[in-house]
Design a protein around this ligand. Structure first.
Ligand SMILES: Cc1ncc(COP(=O)(O)O)c(C=O)c1O
Length: 361
């Protein structure tokens, strides 16, 4: 059987009628931007996360830029970011006018650590962006002891927890992406900012609408970055499924381990207290692309991620030149995403592990 890298269709199939009914309601109402669906979704996500405020925005990249601006980041400030992440994390820092400063990550969790962040701090550092990479929560509570505001980029981690707290509630502010392939994905682009800070939420709310609170007076040069009503209506149907789907992702990871995957490749090691919501299940292997090709021959999809880490990307050249990032370079070279979804079952996990065990590279 073919084992796909993702399967978002199977989990969505039972929800299709409910989604179409909600879309019909929105169309009948005829209000498409910043209406009751966005307001209700913001409240429902805030209550799910256990935070005071959620602000819906157009995508997860804008969410980071707007959250940084709302944190008070100004042109020329330095913001520490991992280099081993999706490009948008650092791009959004530069869009906010700040200077991304790249730090290394931990080999086991693939996340930044207080030590790796501390190594690149300067008197100009004004914030830390920590990514819950691949759905595994970063050590945000420990990062906060460094005394700088921490933005949690939870784009890949909806449904994860750390010490009983939801990913997206751990930093001074957190950001989400609802891009369709994400753990909580809508039917287009979407994003959100989550925070307990009343002032920050208010500022972000103005920034998403051209820097205005009342559509009459424009206080800041802001953005046109709103979550739209159709996406919010869809997300309201999907949010109640998120925990079930995240349990499915964790069960899939357990199935891989029960089948002995760790005997053949390096597997992720989440920190104590973490319940990851595996967005991607990333293993390591000395020759990952050869492994990928042999798995493809057996109809098993796999893919390397972030082969060129951000500090080596062309557009980031003005911000490169920091200390070497040996673990980032190693993970960029050796990682391979194996199939992962809320519905990946024991038989599929067995097939993937047996295929890897049989590979000779
Ligand atoms: C870690 C991370 N940050 C930010 C983003 C940006 O989100 P979006 O694509 O919604 O702009 C993504 C995903 O695409 C991501 O994976």
């Amino acid at each position: 059987m073919t084992v796909p890298l993702f399967d978002s269709e199977t989990p969505l199939a039972p929800m299709r009628d409910a989604i179409l009914a909600r879309i019909t309601e929105v169309v009948a109402r005829g209000r498409y931007v910043l209406g009751p669906e966005v307001a209700a979704f913001e409240q429902e996500l805030a209550s799910y996360l256990g935070v005071r405020h959620v602000v819906g925005v157009a995508n997860g990249t804008d969410a980071i830029t707007i959250a940084l601006r709302a944190l008070g980041i100004r042109p020329g400030d330095e913001v520490v970011v991992p280099s081993f992440t999706f490009y948008a994390t650092a791009e959004a820092v530069a869009t906010a006018g700040a200077r991304p400063v790249f730090c290394d990550v931990d080999r086991d969790t693939r996340n930044v650590t207080p030590e790796s962040v501390h190594a690149v701090l300067t008197p100009r550092t004004k914030a830390i962006v920590a990514v819950d990479l691949f759905g595994c929560p970063a050590p945000i509570p420990r990062l906060r002891t460094l005394g700088l505001p921490v933005l949690e980029d939870a784009a890949q981690a909806a449904g994860a927890c750390l010490d009983g707290r939801r990913a997206g509630s751990l930093g001074d502010v957190a950001t989400f992406s609802f891009y369709p392939s994400k753990n909580l994905g809508c039917f287009g682009d979407g994003g959100a900012i989550a925070t307990d800070d009343d002032g920050l939420a208010e500022h972000a709310r103005a920034l998403r609408f051209h820097g205005s609170r009342d559509k009459i007076t424009f206080e800041y040069v802001g953005y046109n970055s709103r979550l739209d009503e159709l996406q919010a209506a869809i997300l309201r149907v999907l949010l109640p499924q998120l925990d079930v789907w995240s349990d499915g992702r964790r069960a899939a990871a357990r199935a891989y381990e029960e089948c002995g995957l760790q005997e053949h490749v390096g597997v992720p090691v989440p920190p104590p207290g973490a319940e990851p919501a595996w967005h991607l299940y990333i293993v390591t292997h000395p020759r990952p692309d050869e492994l990928r090709a042999q798995l493809a021959d057996q109809d098993i999809q796999a893919r390397g991620y972030y082969r060129t880490p951000l500090h080596r990307q062309v557009a980031m050249a003005p911000y490169a030149g920091g200390p070497p990032l040996p673990v980032t370079d190693e993970l960029a070279r050796t990682n391979l995403a194996l199939p992962m979804s809320p519905v990946l079952d024991q038989a599929q996990a067995r097939e993937v592990v047996d295929a890897i065990a049989a590979v000779r590279v």
